[in-house]
Design a protein around this ligand. Structure first.
Ligand SMILES: Nc1ncnc2c1ncn2[C@@H]1O[C@H](COP(=O)(O)OP(=O)(O)OP(=O)(O)O)[C@@H](O)[C@H]1O
Length: 337
């Protein structure tokens, strides 16, 4: 990293600007120079006047980058490119109907099966990075290897972000204060920009718009879900997102999934909704506590999904019109009867 120019360094590690500021080093105009070359430009007099210790600055920089990267969860070894589930057994102790399943970043996997069949158990196995130490006997590998203990035991390196059904806020904060708290705790370079990105993305997902001054306690179910999804996609360092059913309440589920995978997450969602199940690249079928099959979404299913989406939007329009007090007609629903 010491061979990188200052511009390259800033691009790869944006937080390094704080190092220069703390040491009162003005690097403007030296973007194409390495840090060593930059330090060379000072005269002996300047070094003395400004109490600049070149050797110390040089040797501290890599340490600073390493510590900050680890703290922010940016360490290369923290990069999760794939997650593998190794089979265990179902509730009767029979082996599962697959041997292993590897999911890569930007893939969406849906989990379907009857109530009580074990969907939440599978999500919990992933969250805990199970090592044959849960009732299912499954193991989870990260990047093809047994995961580092930090994923299991360190609160800074959360492997998984959970988006659960209930998003009840108990804090008396505005949306802006809530997002700022999170941005500051993640040490982002420019909290204001990130906060604005999140609210924009959240409003893109939510049916009814809200703004930064809205108290989190007065957000509707759909709005708070939209906010949490945007926050997870943009601010969370967790590489895997687990979703226990995104219900239909006022949020564009397709855009929500697109937002999550656009930020290189691995997305797994348990769902009873055919649209969501088919939006996934693959789906896991759970029976009696075990994965009985893993299916790829077929070409025919993708075509059917387009038809189902049209039906869904028709139902949504009917719902909205009825809510507004309208009388339904073939015309309002754009249906030729
Ligand atoms: N392979 C297994 N071996 C033993 N117990 C299991 C296994 N899989 C699931 N269970 C247990 O079965 C119960 C029901 O599972 P779970 O809550 O995951 O179902 P679910 O599919 O998420 O249901 P719902 O749709 O209602 O949310 C849980 O107590 C869970 O720990």
């Amino acid at each position: 990293m010491m061979e990188l120019s200052l511009d390259q360094l800033l691009k790869e590690y944006p937080f390094v600007s704080a190092y220069f500021e703390q040491n009162r080093l003005d690097i403007v105009g030296y973007g194409d120079k390495t840090f060593r070359e930059y330090l060379e430009h000072f005269t002996e007099e300047e070094l003395e006047d400004q109490a600049i210790d070149k050797e110390k600055l040089l040797s501290n920089l890599p340490v600073y980058l390493e510590q900050m990267s680890a703290f922010l969860g940016l360490e290369k070894s923290n990069q999760v490119l794939s997650m593998t589930i190794l089979a265990g057994n179902d509730k009767s102790g029979n082996p599962e109907g697959f041997t292993e399943l590897t999911v890569e970043t930007s893939q969406i996997i849906s989990i379907v099966g009857p109530t009580g069949s074990g969907k939440s158990r599978l999500l919990a196995d992933i969250e805990w990075a199970a090592q044959k130490d849960t009732p299912t006997g499954r193991s989870i590998l990260i990047n093809g290897k047994k995961p580092d203990n930090k994923w299991r035991f360190s609160s800074n390196n959360r492997l998984v972000a959970q988006l659960s059904q209930n998003m009840n806020f108990v804090m008396d904060l505005t949306v802006e204060e809530f997002l700022r708290m999170h941005a500051v705790s993640r040490l982002v370079e420019n909290p204001q920009t990130v906060i604005e990105q999140i609210i924009l993305a959240a409003n893109h997902l939510a049916g009814e718009k809200f703004d930064l001054t809205t108290p989190v306690t007065s957000l509707s179910g759909g709005q708070s879900r939209a906010l949490m999804i945007a926050d997870t996609a943009i601010l969370s360092s967790s590489p895997i997102v687990l979703i226990d059913e995104i219900e239909n309440a006022g949020i564009d589920r397709k855009k929500a999934l697109e937002l999550l995978i656009s930020s290189d997450k691995i997305v797994l969602m348990a769902t009873h909704d055919p649209l969501l199940a088919l939006m996934a690249d693959k789906r896991i079928i759970i029976k009696n506590g075990g994965i009985s099959k893993v299916l790829d979404t077929s070409e025919e299913e993708k075509l059917l999904l387009e038809e189902l989406e049209k039906m869904d939007s028709l139902i949504q329009t009917a719902r909205q019109e009825l809510r507004k007090g309208s009388t339904l007609s073939a015309k309002t629903l754009d249906m030729g009867l």
